[in-house]
Design a protein around this ligand. Structure first.
Ligand SMILES: Nc1ncnc2c1ncn2[C@@H]1O[C@H](COP(=O)(O)OP(=O)(O)OP(=O)(O)O)[C@@H](O)[C@H]1O
Ligand SMILES: Nc1ncnc2c1ncn2[C@@H]1O[C@H](COP(=O)(O)OP(=O)(O)OP(=O)(O)O)[C@@H](O)[C@H]1O
Ligand SMILES: [Mg+2]
Ligand SMILES: [Mg+2]
Lengths: 222, 222
């Protein structure tokens, strides 16, 4: 459902440049629960951004659900993201002036949908119903992370890209979240692509790839 | 070196209130390597903010290095923080317009010191020398976390308060960071107070307290 070929990403930095990804090939089937592991700075977030149509590679091709991203206009790419993808960002990226409820509702509204019931279901699923009216600054780190998770799931996307979704969660809460995602993936065929340092997340994955210095080292199928 | 008695923290939220901490007593000796564990939302960050003189309790007393915080003016509290404490915030809180070098240098400048050598040593210790001129947006999540860590250590503080310092680090990098902190604590007698979900950090602690719903449940000495 997502495939990237010979993808390279270089960030220009004044006189030098940072090679974040170097000739990466990766094919992901529909319904996979894929974990991307690797040391800090190895390129996981960069890879997720490319897989999630949030960034363009310096070289190589990215195809999502049959569409070659290089052939799409910026408008068509934005439509693809809104219709088919869900994101959990490493820094959460919640909107500070909106409540938890409003933050989670946002992707639905962007699709032109009005469905408060789905927002309440998402809040319930991540255990934050009593915190619906809190703004991010009034929430703990792990609560903010859970709002970001609920927001990614609320539109029932085809593919969810999750950048370290359990980094700020205790092991019990983190495990419950991964179980929830596993259940969604089995019931709805949703594809999950994680970047993670969490051994528990890796153990629940159907497959794991390792990134080191911008290169894929190995692919382990469970 | 830090002691809190019967500390309560209540956040008013419109018509309701959130009881983040409820009658907490805690005494911390100089040189301890203390881990505070507990589920998401249990009050760890709130407790660290009170122990680090960043916030005032609703009830109860906080004494740091012999000084009762309630008796100090805002100016005296700011001086105490600058002179004796180092912080690693859960969200890093780096200054976006400053480079890694400048972010780490900031606490030294706030003390009126000019010591680029110490900044380079701190960058080296967290493995980020080549990234000294990068700004936070040009760094990975774990690299930003390491800048935040270096910044907390650069002034050689009496007490370091670290809110989930390894959340965004792979296990090898995280372990190296905790080893570094252990070494500093043994060589310089620095007191480390962590909030953490990481079992590896907990295993290196000299003592661990568990927080649940704003109450301290148990104290385990290693
Ligand atoms: N500024 C605030 N206003 C209102 N409630 C708050 C505020 N800050 C924290 N809270 C609430 O206080 C409780 C404790 O929060 P705290 O951030 O201390 O938890 P934590 O243990 O650090 O959690 P995590 O592991 O998720 O970071 C939570 O229920 C949170 O929603
Ligand atoms: N906007 C940018 N400009 C310059 N360099 C960047 C930028 N974003 C990332 N990098 C660099 O690219 C490399 C890969 O970064 P990336 O964020 O993908 O790593 P990561 O595997 O997600 O790390 P972590 O586990 O710490 O989150 C790093 O060396 C980083 O410094
Ligand atoms: Mg990352
Ligand atoms: Mg916290």
């Amino acid at each position: 459902i997502v495939s990237i070929k010979q993808v390279t990403k270089i960030y220009p930095m004044g006189k030098t440049q940072v090679q974040a990804l170097n000739g990466v090939d990766l094919s992901i089937e529909k319904g996979e629960f894929l974990a991307i592991a690797g040391p800090s700075g190895s390129g996981k977030s960069t890879l997720l951004n490319l897989l999630g149509c949030l960034d363009v590679p310096t070289e190589g091709t990215v195809v999502i659900d049959g569409q070659d991203l290089a052939k799409l206009s910026e408008h068509a790419r934005a439509t693809l993201r809104r219709q088919k993808l869900g994101f959990i960002f490493q820094g959460f990226n919640l909107i500070p002036v909106l409540t938890a409820f409003e933050n989670i509702e946002m992707p639905l509204r962007l699709k032109g949908e009005n469905n408060p019931q789905r927002v309440w279901e998402a809040l319930e699923a991540v255990g934050l119903k009593e915190h619906a009216q809190h703004r991010p600054a009034e929430l703990s780190g792990g609560q903010q992370q859970r709002v970001a998770i609920a927001r990614a799931l609320v539109t029932d996307p085809l593919i969810v890209l999750a950048d370290e979704p359990t980094a700020n969660l205790d092991s019990k809460t983190g495990e419950a979240i991964i179980e929830l995602m596993k259940k969604i993936s089995l019931e709805k065929g949703t594809t999950f692509i994680f970047s993670t340092h969490d051994a528990k997340v890796m153990s629940k994955a159907t497959r794991m790839v390792s990134l080191t210095d911008g290169r894929i080292e190995e692919s382990i199928v469970h």
